[in-house]
Write a protein that binds this ligand. Structure first.
Ligand SMILES: Cc1cc2nc3c(=O)[nH]c(=O)nc-3n(C[C@H](O)[C@H](O)[C@H](O)COP(=O)(O)OP(=O)(O)OC[C@H]3O[C@@H](n4cnc5c(N)ncnc54)[C@H](O)[C@@H]3O)c2cc1C
Length: 132
């Protein structure tokens, strides 16, 4: 149902979808992009978004997953087994938006819990991943 609505909307607006396309090269003069498997697509205006990764230094440190994101408890934002480490923002593997707004609200949780840690109290503040 959703696919057929999408298909008819694209046909109506003359939009062509090429799925599973891994961008391999751009010929800006001819205005053609090519995938690694050789599929070519013409374009008028190219807006290309690269895949997101975390930092290489985090991968090399052993604290991050292969994508460079640091696995944390999604509520306390602490990596497993590290009770004096907290992570916020795009560097976490929390299943929420990679957004400044999320990092902003996570900072409130970290503030509460770092103070609690210093005072020897339990980690009581909990993040819910919200952005608004
Ligand atoms: C084009 C664009 C538009 C966006 N628009 C919005 C929006 O409208 N609303 C919204 O909520 N979010 C938006 N975002 C997302 C938002 O910018 C990020 O989610 C947010 O900045 C993440 O904050 P952060 O502190 O985790 O990481 P960052 O803001 O990326 O901060 C990381 C910092 O670490 C520094 N750093 C990196 N490596 C090292 C190192 N080895 N040593 C020391 N320092 C290092 C970097 O220089 C950087 O200052 C947008 C992002 C982009 C790219």
């Amino acid at each position: 149902m959703a696919t057929s609505i999408l298909t008819s909307a694209c046909e109506e607006k003359n939009i062509k979808i090429t799925a599973n396309f891994a961008l391999g090269s751009v010929d800006a003069e001819k205005k053609v992009i090519a995938s690694y498997d050789g599929t070519e697509v013409n374009y008028d205006l190219l807006a290309s978004i690269p895949p997101n990764f975390g930092s290489e230094v985090m991968i090399e440190s052993g604290i991050a997953d292969p994508m460079g994101y640091i696995p944390v408890d999604k509520e306390t934002l602490q990596p497993e087994g590290r009770d004096n480490v907290w992570v916020l923002g795009d560097g976490t593997n929390v299943p929420t938006s990679k957004a400044g707004a999320v990092a902003h609200f996570q900072a409130d949780i970290l503030h509460e819990n770092i103070i609690a840690y210093i005072n020897g109290d339990a980690q009581h503040a909990r993040s819910d991943g919200h952005a608004l």
